[in-house]
Design a protein around this ligand. Structure first.
Ligand code: BES
Ligand code: MN
Ligand code: ZN
Length: 457
């Protein structure tokens, strides 16, 4: 949680929010000096822009800020980085939702990844809007920052063991239990695909398993793809495709951040978090094309491509998740490039076998400013992963619908009666946007969090 939200109002400069719609009336109420001054600054209330009005005629100095009311959570999110260092307060009556959104955006916009290099400047400080739900902003921000830090940390310092250590620390702080099945123990515990994908790395694979909450409460199980680096394996990625693959544990990071927020909220659920954590590496013991693995479910999978490793590690985790017949399984995974080609970086692909859950998630995503877009679990494409020698192949050679086919593969491991949502996510901001600095991003976290709180409390 950033330290630049404060309850100390002393010396704070007022921010006066103005939209392009309210600007004319607002200008009309100024004195001619102020109007002339604003004219020289060319302020037209573009969202994210601001202008200073100096103190004059006994009036205090103010900042006039352009905001877009439709941006809800993001309306104020650019200001911590764009306004000069100093303390500000929002000079406008905000109801509880608006105040919480404004503070949430400010907090999310006050992130810098400083593990290897100090930040260039401090963020501007905001006085908590009086109506804001501070505890909620704090726990959501902690969850998002945890996920961003985990994703941003280079693979050298964020291997399977380091991801497991982060999970253990989270569990300890929240009073949850955390077990980690590691290395060859994965074979003894019957997680063959996690072992097969991760065995080639000098850093052993593991399955992270966190449990928390009242055992009699509705069971929610989160599953996150934890590929700490995806070289592609023997089907090696070209350099440009490999460049950002430290983020391939983004799904794991998101479910850990989400768990952090849910546990600190004391959500009335029995939470389980499963993160298969591996490095998809090249070595003489790498899994090979045309190898066949018997998965935890007993079904066999032919390896058509070692770069389709996410669905392999997820399938054993999903099989385990399904054994408890939870009220809901949500998995988050940087699973396919195809989802990005379909939707770009700003929308996360949602696949869901339950229409009511899908509706709820889509709605929550829009409300949270963390949008998802539904894609089909189109069963007719199941034939595209038929294999002559195994129950299925891990890839198709169709050359289309890659995100759909990956989701249809995962669906083989979830019982038809278990409500299940799969989010094929990006985990990254390709460019700076207000509140979303370039780099690791907890895409989907706040959408799922909001849905779960709305549904379970
Ligand atoms: N981690 C990648 C998917 C990915 C690539 C996500 C780029 C975000 C940006 C995944 O493991 C992968 O390599 N998928 C392959 C699947 C293919 C071999 C069927 C892909 O999408 O190309
Ligand atoms: Mn891959
Ligand atoms: Zn991957």
């Amino acid at each position: 949680m950033p330290a630049n939200l404060t309850s100390d109002t002393a010396g704070a400069l007022s921010i006066v929010p103005v939209t392009t719609a309210t600007l004319p009336a607002w200008l009309g109420a100024l004195n001619p000096h102020e109007r002339d001054w604003l004219k020289t600054t060319a302020f037209v209330a573009d969202p994210g822009s601001f202008a200073f009005l100096p103190a004059r005629d006994g009036k205090e100095a103010r900042v006039i800020a352009g905001i877009s009311p439709s941006e809800s959570v993001w309306a104020y999110a650019g200001f911590p980085a764009s306004l000069p260092e100093g303390k500000y307060r929002i000079d406008s009556p905000l109801d509880r939702n608006a105040a919480t959104d404004a503070a949430q955006g400010w907090a999310l916009g006050s992130y810098a990844f400083t593990r290897y290099k100090a930040a260039k400047r401090a963020f501007a400080t905001l006085v908590w809007p009086p109506e804001a739900d501070r505890a909620e902003v704090e726990r959501v921000t902690r969850g998002v920052f945890l996920a961003r830090d985990l994703i941003n940390t280079p693979a050298e310092d964020m291997g399977p063991d380091e991801l497991a250590a982060a999970a253990r620390e989270l569990a300890r702080d929240a009073g949850a239990t955390c077990t980690v099945i590691r290395g060859d123990d994965l074979l003894r515990a019957n997680y063959p695909t996690i072992h097969a994908v991760g065995r080639a790395s000098s850093r052993p694979p593991s399955l992270i398993d966190i449990r928390w909450g009242d055992p009699s409460a509705p069971k929610v199980t989160l599953v996150g793809k934890g590929v700490c680096f995806d070289s592609g394996g023997l089907d090696l990625k070209p350099a440009a495709m490999m460049l950002n693959m430290k983020k391939d544990m983004g799904g794991g990071a998101v479910v850990l951040g989400l768990a952090s927020a849910l546990m600190s909220a004391g959500a009335p659920i029995r939470l389980r978090v499963l993160v298969p954590a591996v490095e998809n590496a090249v070595s003489s013991n790498s899994i090979r094309p045309r190898d066949i693995v018997r998965t935890r479910s007993g079904k066999t999978v032919e390896i058509g491509n070692t770069d389709a490793e996410g669905r392999l590690i997820l399938c054993d985790a999903l099989t385990e998740a399904d054994t408890e017949a939870p009220a809901l399984i949500v998995d988050c995974a940087t699973l396919t490039g195809a989802a990005r080609i379909a939707l770009g970086p700003e929308l996360q692909a949602l696949f869901c076998n339950d229409d009511a859950v899908a509706e709820g998630l889509l709605h929550a995503g829009v409300a949270a400013g963390d949008p998802l877009w539904r894609m089909p679990l189109w069963q007719p494409y199941r034939r595209l992963i038929d294999s002559k020698v195994a129950d299925f192949n891990n890839v198709s050679d169709a050359g289309y619908a890659g995100a759909v086919i990956a989701a249809v593969y995962l669906a083989e491991f979830v019982g038809a009666a278990t409500p299940w949502a799969h989010i094929d996510m990006f985990g990254f901001n390709a460019k700076d946007r207000p509140g979303r600095p370039e780099g690791g991003e907890a895409t989907g976290l706040r959408a799922v969090y909001r849905y779960l709180r709305e549904r379970f409390g």
